[in-house]
Write a protein that binds this ligand. Structure first.
Ligand SMILES: [Zn+2]
Length: 354
C-alpha cells in the first residue's frame, strides 16, 4: 500500500506522516482502526471490514471536525444485588460521516436519522466502552480498548480505573468478545507488556480459530492482513497457561454466560449476567452506534464482516434483551453505555440510564 493512498481519520486533520510517527507504521491499529486505503478497502470487500474507512474526499483538506467530548467521570457503576457492573469509557474517535459508513442506505437517509435525534450529520463519534463485572470476589474485564496503542482521544481506561479506585493488577479475568483492534489492543501496551499482569484470559474459540488461521490470513488481501497480524501480536503475548478458549454458549466465569452472536466477526460473542433479580447483557458490537443501527437494525455498518448474518443476529439478540428486560451495555454505545433497549418502530431504541 503506498503512502499516497492512505486516508486519515478525522480526529484531527494531521497528515499520515505524523500519524505514522505517533502510532508507528507497523502498528496494526494504524491500519485497522484509524486509516485505510479506500481502494484497498473496495478491493478487500468484507475481508477488510476490520478497518474504519471513509471516502477519500476526507484525505485532502479534510475540515477540522474537532474532537469528541469525553465523559467526566469516565466510569459509571451499577449495583446488581451483591455484584456490580462498571462501564469504563476508554475514549472515543470522531469519524467523518461518508457514504461508506452505512453500506446499504443512502447517506441522506443516514443524515436524516441523525438529525431527527439532534445529532451532528458531518461526523459520528464512536466511543469505546469496556465493562468490568465484580462478582463472587472476582473482577472480570470485558474487552480492552486501546491502552497506549491508539489515537490521543483513546487509552483512557487506566485513568478511569484509577479514579474508580481500581488498578490493573486487581483484574482477575479478561474476557474478549471478538478480536477487532479496539477490543484487544489494550491488553498489551506499546512496550509489549501485559496491561493486566495477573489476569486469566477467556476468548471465543471460533474467533481465535478464524484470526489465527494461517490459511485465512494468506487468503486475505494484503491490506486486510494487519488485523490477522494484530491478533497474533496480542494472542502470542498472553501467557499460554492462562489463556482459555471457550465455546460460545457456555458459562465462562463468575456467573457470566456467553452467547454466540456471529456476524460482526466469525466468532463475535455476547455475555449475560444475572444478579439480584436483574439481568445484564454486554452486547459488544451487536451494533455500532445505536443511534443508527439499533434504530435501523437492517442497516449494515462497514465493519460487519458477514452483513446478512449480523443483521439476523442483531434482531435476535435485541429481541432477547427486550423480552428478558435486561440492562444492555454496548461497547460503542454513548456513555454511560448501558441502559434499556425498547422497541421503536421497526427497530429499537437505546435509553441510557440517567
Ligand atoms: Zn468494536
Amino acid at each position: 500500500m503506498s503512502r499516497r493512498n492512505i486516508s486519515c481519520l478525522g480526529y484531527s486533520a494531521r497528515r499520515p506522516d505524523s500519524a505514522e510517527q505517533s502510532f508507528g507504521l507497523l502498528n496494526p491499529l494504524y491500519w485497522n482502526v484509524l486509516m485505510l486505503d479506500r481502494r484497498a478497502f473496495l478491493a478487500t470487500g468484507i475481508a477488510g471490514a476490520s478497518a474504519l474507512t471513509f471516502s477519500s474526499v476526507w484525505s485532502q483538506g479534510a475540515p477540522d471536525l474537532g474532537a469528541p467530548v469525553l465523559p467526566t467521570p469516565g466510569f459509571k457503576r451499577m449495583k446488581m444485588g451483591d455484584a456490580e457492573v462498571i462501564a469504563f469509557n476508554d475514549g472515543a474517535i470522531r469519524r467523518p460521516l461518508g457514504d461508506e459508513f452505512v453500506t446499504n442506505a443512502p447517506l441522506e437517509q443516514v443524515k436524516a436519522l441523525l438529525a431527527s435525534q439532534g445529532l451532528p450529520t458531518t461526523h459520528v463519534d464512536i466511543p469505546f466502552t469496556p465493562f468490568l463485572i465484580v462478582s463472587g470476589g472476582q473482577r472480570v474485564l470485558i474487552d480492552s480498548g486501546f491502552a497506549d496503542n491508539g489515537p490521543p482521544t483513546t487509552g483512557k481506561l487506566a485513568g478511569h480505573m484509577a479514579a474508580a479506585g481500581l488498578n490493573p493488577a486487581q483484574v482477575d479475568v479478561v474476557i474478549l468478545s471478538h478480536f477487532h483492534g479496539d477490543h484487544i489492543n489494550g491488553l498489551i501496551n506499546k512496550a509489549g507488556a501485559l496491561v493486566y499482569p495477573n489476569a486469566r484470559y477467556f476468548v471465543p474459540e471460533p474467533e481465535f480459530a478464524f484470526w489465527m488461521s494461517e490459511a485465512n490470513m494468506n487468503a486475505a488481501p494484503q491490506a486486510a492482513r494487519g488485523a490477522y497480524q494484530n491478533a497474533r501480536r496480542v494472542m502470542s503475548a498472553l501467557p499460554a497457561d492462562r489463556l482459555t478458549r471457550f465455546a460460545p454458549g457456555a458459562p465462562v466465569v463468575a456467573g457470566i454466560e456467553s452467547v454466540a452472536a456471529f456476524g460482526h466477526t466469525p466468532g463475535h460473542t455476547l455475555f449475560t449476567f444475572k444478579s439480584g433479580g436483574q439481568g445484564f447483557a454486554y452486547l459488544a458490537d451487536l451494533t455500532n452506534v445505536p443511534s443508527l443501527f439499533a434504530r435501523n437494525p437492517d442497516w449494515s455498518v462497514t465493519f460487519d464482516m458477514d452483513k446478512d448474518m449480523a443483521r439476523q443476529t442483531r434482531r435476535k439478540m435485541f429481541d432477547m434483551v427486550v423480552k428478558d428486560k435486561m440492562v444492555a451495555g454496548g461497547f460503542h454505545f454513548p456513555f454511560p453505555a448501558f441502559g434499556a433497549i425498547e422497541v421503536a418502530g421497526s427497530g429499537y431504541q437505546f435509553k441510557p440510564v440517567a
